[in-house]
Design a protein around this ligand. Structure first.
Ligand SMILES: Cc1cc2nc3c(=O)[nH]c(=O)nc-3n(C[C@H](O)[C@H](O)[C@H](O)COP(=O)(O)OP(=O)(O)OC[C@H]3O[C@@H](n4cnc5c(N)ncnc54)[C@H](O)[C@@H]3O)c2cc1C
Length: 378
C-alpha cells in the first residue's frame, strides 16, 4: 500500500527515534533481560507510547494504520519495546477506550498520559490459554465493591503497569458467559506480581505471573456490562492482532536489511555472497514475503479504521506475518553463516524474537480456527 504523506512523516519520525535511541540499546537490554527503560522513555517523550488515546484525553488519537506502522518501526529496532508498546496501546488502553464510560476514561486515561504509566491485560491463566472461557479467577460482588481472587500467568507489562484490565468470572454458573472485565489500579492491596519469566525472546519485555488475593475495587470499575468480559476480550484481541502482525513484519524487515548488507560485504569464492543466485533467491523470497505481510496488516488496519469488518483480515495478517517472520529470520541466520548463530550479529536476536508472534494474542492454530470460522460462515 502506498501510504500518504502524513503517515510517511510519522513513519520517518519514529524511524529516526528508533535508529538513534532504541535500536542501539536493544542488544544490551536483551542480554541483561532488563526492562528497556530508556527506550520506553523515548516513546514517552514523543507521545508514541500512548498514541491511540484521543487528543481530548491527552493522547494523539492515532488511527489503527498509523499505530500499526509505528509498531512495525519500533519492532525493526527492538521487538521487546514493540511488545511493551503494543501491550500498552492494544491491551491496556484499548479496553478502556472501547468499553469505558466517560467517568472511567476521565479517571484512568490520564494514568497513561500524565502519569506516564503502562497498562496490562490479565486474561490468560494456567488452565486457560487458547481457551480463555475456561478461566477461573473469581469476582464476587460485596456491597459497592467487587472482590477478586485468582491467578494469571504470562502477563506482559505486569511489573511496570499502573492499570490492569482483569478478566474474572462474576457468575461461574454461566460458564464463559459469566466472565466480566474490571479496571484494577495496580496499587490496590492484594495484588502480587511474580518475578519475570525467563524467555527465549523478547527478553527485555517483562512477562510475569500474578495473583489476586481479596483485591477490592469499587463497583464502578466494572467495564461495560457484567457477563460481557469474554466477548470484550476477544474483540480487543481481534484488533490487537494487527499490531502483532506489524511487529512480525518489523522484525523480518530488520533481518532482511541486515542480510542484504552482510551478503554484499562477505566475500567467499572471491565474490560477495550477493553474487550467488542461491543467496539472491533467499533475499528475493524474503522481500516478497515481507511485502505481502505488510500489505495484509495495512489492509486489516484500513478496514478497522473504516469501521468495516476486519476480524478475518486481522487473523490472516497475523498468521501470515508471524509465520514469514520466523522464516525470514531463519534464512537471515543462514545467510550470515556461523556468525549468524553467534551473538556477533543481531540476526540471532531477531530469530528468537520472531517466535513469540506465532503464539501470543492467539496462536497460529487459533488464527486458523478464526479464519476457518469466518470463511465457512461466508
Ligand atoms: C511472552 C508472552 C507474553 C504474553 N502476554 C500476555 C498478556 O499480556 N496477557 C495475557 O492474558 N496473556 C498473555 N500471554 C499468553 C498467550 O496469549 C498464551 O500463551 C497463548 O494464548 C497460548 O496459550 P497457552 O500458552 O496456554 O497454550 P495452549 O492453549 O495450552 O496451547 C498449546 C498448543 O495447543 C494448540 N491448541 C490449543 N487449543 C487448540 C485447538 N482447539 N485446536 C488446535 N490446536 C490447539 C495451541 O495453538 C498451541 O500450539 C503471553 C504469552 C507469552 C509467552
Amino acid at each position: 500500500m502506498i501510504i500518504d504523506e502524513d503517515l510517511m512523516m510519522i513513519k520517518n519520525t519514529i524511524r529516526d527515534i528508533v535508529t538513534d535511541k532504541i535500536k542501539p540499546l536493544a542488544r544490551v537490554y536483551d542480554d541483561e533481560e532488563r526492562f528497556p527503560e530508556d527506550s520506553i522513555q523515548a516513546l514517552r517523550e514523543s507521545e508514541f507510547l500512548y498514541m491511540t488515546i484521543p487528543e481530548k484525553y491527552g493522547g494523539i488519537g492515532a488511527d489503527t494504520l498509523t499505530y500499526a506502522t509505528v509498531c512495525e518501526e519500533i519492532a525493526r529496532g527492538c521487538a521487546s519495546t514493540a511488545t511493551i508498546f503494543a501491550g500498552n496501546n492494544s491491551l491496556g488502553i484499548g479496553p478502556i477506550l472501547k468499553y469505558g464510560t466517560e467517568e472511567q476514561k476521565a479517571k484512568f486515561l490520564p494514568r497513561f498520559t500524565k502519569e506516564k504509566g503502562l497498562g496490562a491485560f490479565c486474561l490468560s491463566e494456567p488452565h486457560a490459554g487458547s481457551d480463555p472461557g475456561a478461566l477461573s479467577t473469581r469476582a464476587v460482588r460485596d456491597g459497592d465493591e467487587w472482590v477478586i481472587n485468582g491467578s494469571k500467568f504470562y502477563i506482559t507489562n505486569a511489573k511496570e503497569a499502573t492499570v490492569f484490565i482483569v478478566f474474572a468470572k462474576s457468575n461461574p454458573e454461566l460458564g464463559s458467559k459469566g466472565i466480566s472485565a474490571f479496571i484494577v489500579p495496580a496499587d490496590t492491596p492484594g495484588i502480587t506480581v511474580m518475578p519475570p519469566e525467563k524467555k527465549l525472546g523478547i527478553k527485555a519485555s517483562v512477562t510475569s505471573a500474578m495473583s489476586f488475593e481479596n483485591v477490592r475495587i469499587p463497583s464502578e470499575y466494572l467495564l461495560a456490562k457484567e457477563g460481557d468480559g469474554l466477548r470484550m476480550a476477544l474483540s480487543i484481541l481481534d484488533k490487537g492482532r494487527i499490531a502483532v502482525a506489524a511487529q512480525a513484519v518489523g522484525i523480518a524487515q530488520a533481518a532482511f536489511e541486515d542480510s542484504i548488507k552482510y551478503a554484499q560485504e562477505r566475500i567467499q569464492f572471491g565474490k560477495p555472497l550477493s553474487y550467488f543466485q542461491a543467496i539472491q533467491f533467499k533475499l528475493a523470497d524474503m522481500a516478497t514475503q515481507i511485502h505481502a505481510a505488510r500489505l495484509l496488516y495495512q489492509e486489516a488496519a484500513k478496514l478497522a479504521d473504516m469501521g468495516k469488518p476486519f476480524i478475518k483480515e486481522a487473523a490472516i495478517a497475523k498468521l501470515f506475518a508471524s509465520e514469514i517472520s520466523t522464516k525470514v529470520t531463519h534464512q537471515a541466520i543462514q545467510i550470515h553463516g556461523g556468525g549468524g548463530f553467534l551473538k556477533d550479529f543481531e540476526v540471532e536476536r531477531y530469530y528468537r524474537d520472531a517466535r513469540i508472534t506465532e503464539i501470543y494474542e492467539g496462536t497460529s492454530e487459533v488464527m486458523r480456527m478464526v479464519i476457518a470460522r469466518e470463511v465457512i460462515k461466508g
